[in-house]
Design a protein around this ligand. Sequence first.
Ligand code: NI
Ligand code: MN
Length: 226
Amino acid sequence: MSVLIHFIGHSCFFIENESAGILIDPFISQNPKAVSKINPSHIKDIVLTHGHSDHLGDAIPLSVKIGCKITATFELADFCANQGAKVNAVNLGGSIKLNGASVKLLPAFHSSSVMGGKYSGMPAAALISVGDLKIYHAGDTCLHSEMKVVKEVYKPDVAILPIGSLYTMDPDDAVVAADWLGAATVIPMHYNTFSGIEVDVLDFKDKVEKLGKRCLILNPGESTQM
Ligand code: NI
Ligand code: MN
């Protein structure tokens, strides 16, 4: 059973197969570079890595409209629930069943706030398991050694990594992250969306390929089948 990974833009991905439809960090309507070719009726779950507006995005209105649950760390889930969304409140290390998949939240080293600075819990990475495929979405983070634990314990097949620097890892740190995570396929995100996070993604791809890994650069609106 193959899995489709759609890149909508920035850190927003949609992962689907016959039974799962997981939208991660849906920064869509406020991102002029976002391109969504997904069928909204396929959205069954939303997963948030943290509360910053370029990740929370359209999560709450989508949950209200579609009725799907938002999975997020406790404080962020609480915030979303207070705005009328349906939620799964979890915390780091916790995993929860989604429709046709599961997600475990793991550490990310970053910050997390909503509405002008209100604390919204620990930021997270999301380990999504769909069928036999394990996809690690790093969220917003610096390079951190927990990634070695992720490789040892969870053995992800795909690593989706921020490379834009300024708010997250830069490309060179993301190359180290790709090595530490051990995933055979690496997909870059969180770059070239707005000023301050412009990077040379082809240089990143070269360096990842020197590790013997596949680096898949997806433009907004593009997807890949795993
Ligand atoms: Ni952030
Ligand atoms: Mn961000």
